[in-house]
Design a binder for this molecule. Sequence first.
Ligand code: GDP
Ligand code: MG
Length: 200
Amino acid sequence: MKWLTILGISSIRSNYEGPRYKIAVIGDGGVGKTALIERVHGHRFQATYNITIGANISVYDFSHNEIEYKFQLWDLAGQQRFDAVRKMFYRGCHAAVLVFDQTRQESFNSLERWKRELFSNVGRKIPYIIVGNKNDLEQNDIPEDLLENYLEKCNSEFDTEKIMFETISITTSALSGENVKETFDLLASSIRSFIDNQNL
Ligand code: GDP
Ligand code: MG
């Protein structure tokens, strides 16, 4: 139990009873995953622990619609090529943040591969939010219809499963902070509605 406390994943003294969710933050290298996480922590980052498998894990506490959440954010740092690491990284994830860099279409094109990897390693479909980061930069390499078509495709994937879930996308800036907090609020709402629908 002690090492878990060191990682900031769990505290024996905590009497927090609200929902805890494990969230994978994924996307190509350089899209701003770490920067977004740093931003949401207000650069405090004390909860972060760089464990040897090469993932940064931090806990983000926030409240949204009068519900208190604990999001355990998993940020994969390199080493994606090791299967064992990947399995550990994805195991038990409740939701994900799929990040691309709006100035690099290639990083947008990779989203599908990241999502496949996510679903296959978690073993089921889970809710996620698509984040186009670096919106402080003027350049936007992703045509609007490309994004819209992709979101439609993502939604149809859930339709066949009879799960009511709408894939959301948002544009953010880890630099200015725009929409960073909102990203996690939206994801929290998605998780709640996903769970509610599955219980029907
Ligand atoms: P990661 O590999 O996905 O974790 O990407 P990082 O968080 O390390 O960011 C990669 C680079 O992009 C760094 O130089 C960051 O300073 C920069 N960066 C990240 N987010 C933004 C953003 O929103 N705007 C701008 N202009 N640069 C960003
Ligand atoms: Mg990083």
